[in-house]
Every structure is written in structure tokens, then in C-alpha cells.
Design a protein around this ligand. Structure first.
Ligand SMILES: C[S@@+](CC[C@H](N)C(=O)[O-])C[C@H]1O[C@@H](n2cnc3c(N)ncnc32)[C@H](O)[C@@H]1O
Length: 271
């Protein structure tokens, strides 16, 4: 595994382009009226965050960052996209909530932040931008206090083997990609605002469940659980249908696979 600087350059342009669009299309109504939008599974699995010092990796426009603040955390969000953090800071002003944001590629964070945290959090649409998973895990470990908690919720890598342009489940992409990225040309409808056509291309990576597990344990973390789910926060596959609870699910007979997972780990006290 090695850091892909070109991927960071390509993907930063993509996220800088869509951030102002997401500033308008993400539903921030709950944040603006004293609540938050973090799903009940995450809230339950994260547990008590009151007065916890939290590092949120790849925080985008800060909606989840501010949810963690609302849950009692003292939160620092980091992201490569300056345009995303502009929107995040505006959201702070609108909600009156306080968070610290740092613009940086993930792998440069150790040059910019010299602290440790009770919780490192990252979720939903993050691993596909990570070019070196071993380095990612080392950074998580670097920022956790001994005994601190790492929490991840992410789309399940098995879901990403299926063709997302046709209905049913047709295998199109490898599960085992050995760190080899896929270059996407752009020019597709944005996931949050379908009326907006994204111009900038992306370079994306996929990691297996065992790679995620093993990189974290090799970096000194103890895995407390991995949970797998049949629901997703967005329409990740063409056959998915929006259910009453707001989540997307595959209809029978395709609903026999996991489409989301969560992972909780703690940093060993002597690693
Ligand atoms: C899908 S978003 C974050 C997910 C968040 N749950 C959301 O929907 O708001 C992915 C974020 O990763 C950030 N990102 C991509 N590559 C990065 C890198 N190398 N270092 C830091 N942030 C990165 C992007 O700028 C983007 O804001």
C-alpha cells in the first residue's frame, strides 16, 4: 500500500465542487432546530459522548460533526476540502454550535495536530477515498488516547461488487482489489441533489472487511464488534427502495446481503 497523491488532487477538486451543492441539499433542519440527524444505530453504538474529546475524520460539511457536538462532544473535524469546511463553519454560525475544523489531507494530519482524543469517528462514504489503509489505521491509533474508542460506520464492501446501474444483483466489480483504484469519469447525478451533474472525476479505492479489521489490529486496536446491516442511508444500488424509516433496502429476493457495517474498536493501553 502506498499513498496516492494524484488521487488526493483529483478527489479534492471533486469535493470542492460538490460541497456548496451539499450545503443546500443536505437536510439540516434538525440541526437548526435543536436536534440532529445521526441515525439511532450510531447513537446507540457510540454510547455516551458527554464531554468526550472527539476527532472526526473526513467530516465533509460538518453535519455529523455538529451532531456529535449536540450529543455532548467537544469535536474537531478534518477534511481535505476547504469548500466543505466553509459550509461547515457557516453551519456552526447558523446553529450556534462550536466545533474546530482543520483543512488537511488525512495523511498530513500529524503535521498539523499534536493531541490525542477519547474518540476517533468516521462514517458513510469515507474508505473509498483512502489510498493506504495501513497508514489510515496508524493515524487512527496515533490520535487515540490509550483505552480510547474508534467508531466507523460505512457501506459494506460486499455491496460494491454489484453493478449499480442495473436492477437485480449482477457482479461487476472485484471484492479483492488489492488497493488498485478505479477512475470514474464524473458527469453523473450528485447523490444528494440528482438535478446537479457532477463535473469532476474521482479516483476511488475499495477495501475488504478483513483488510479493514487487520490494518486496525496491526495498528494496536482491539476490535470490540463488527455489525452488518440490511439498510443504507442512500440508494447505493439501483434496486433499492426507500422504506418508511427513511433508509434504503433491497427488495426480496435480493435482501439477503449486507449493505452497511459498523465497527467499534479500542486502543490497547499498552501497544
Ligand atoms: C462522503 S463525504 C463524508 C461523509 C459524511 N458522512 C457526509 O456525508 O457528510 C467524504 C469526505 O471525505 C473527504 N476526503 C476525501 N479524501 C480525503 C483525504 N485524502 N483526506 C481528508 N479528507 C478526504 C472529502 O473531502 C469529503 O468531504
Amino acid at each position: 500500500m502506498s499513498r496516492d497523491y494524484k488521487a488526493e488532487e483529483i478527489n479534492k477538486k471533486h469535493w470542492d465542487e460538490v460541497a456548496p451543492i451539499h450545503g443546500k441539499s443536505y437536510d439540516t433542519s434538525k440541526l437548526l432546530t435543536g436536534g440532529h440527524d445521526l441515525d439511532t444505530t450510531q447513537v446507540k453504538e457510540l454510547g455516551d459522548l458527554n464531554n468526550k474529546k472527539i476527532l472526526h475524520l473526513q467530516c465533509h460539511i460538518g453535519t455529523d460533526t455538529l451532531a456529535l457536538v449536540r450529543m455532548g462532544g467537544c469535536v474537531t473535524g478534518i477534511d481535505i476540502s476547504g469548500e466543505s469546511l466553509k459550509v461547515a463553519n457557516e453551519l456552526c454560525k447558523k446553529t450556534g454550535l462550536k466545533a474546530r475544523f482543520i483543512q488537511t489531507p488525512l495523511f498530513d494530519l500529524p503535521h498539523k495536530l499534536n493531541e490525542t482524543f477519547d474518540v476517533v469517528y468516521t462514517s458513510i462514504g469515507v474508505l473509498c477515498w483512502v489510498s493506504d489503509l495501513e497508514e489510515w489505521a496508524k493515524i487512527i491509533s496515533r490520535y487515540l488516547k490509550p483505552g480510547g474508542t474508534f467508531y466507523l460506520m460505512e457501506s459494506h464492501p460486499f455491496m460494491h461488487v454489484f453493478d449499480d446501474e442495473t436492477t437485480g444483483l449482477t457482479i461487476r466489480y472485484p471484492y479483492f482489489s488489492a488497493g488498485k483504484p478505479i477512475d470514474w469519469p464524473g458527469n453523473w447525478p450528485d447523490y444528494s441533489d440528482e438535478n446537479y451533474t457532477v463535473k469532476h472525476p474521482t479516483r476511488e479505492f475499495s477495501w475488504t472487511i478483513s483488510e479493514i479489521h487487520n490494518c486496525l489490529t496491526e495498528a494496536g486496536l482491539f476490535i470490540e464488534f463488527i455489525h452488518e446491516f440490511d439498510f443504507l442511508h442512500w440508494k447505493g444500488l439501483e434496486s433499492m427502495q426507500k422504506c418508511e424509516d427513511g433508509f434504503w433496502r433491497l427488495p426480496a429476493p435480493f435482501n439477503k446481503i449486507p449493505v452497511l457495517f459498523s465497527l467499534k474498536a479500542s486502543k490497547k493501553r499498552h501497544s
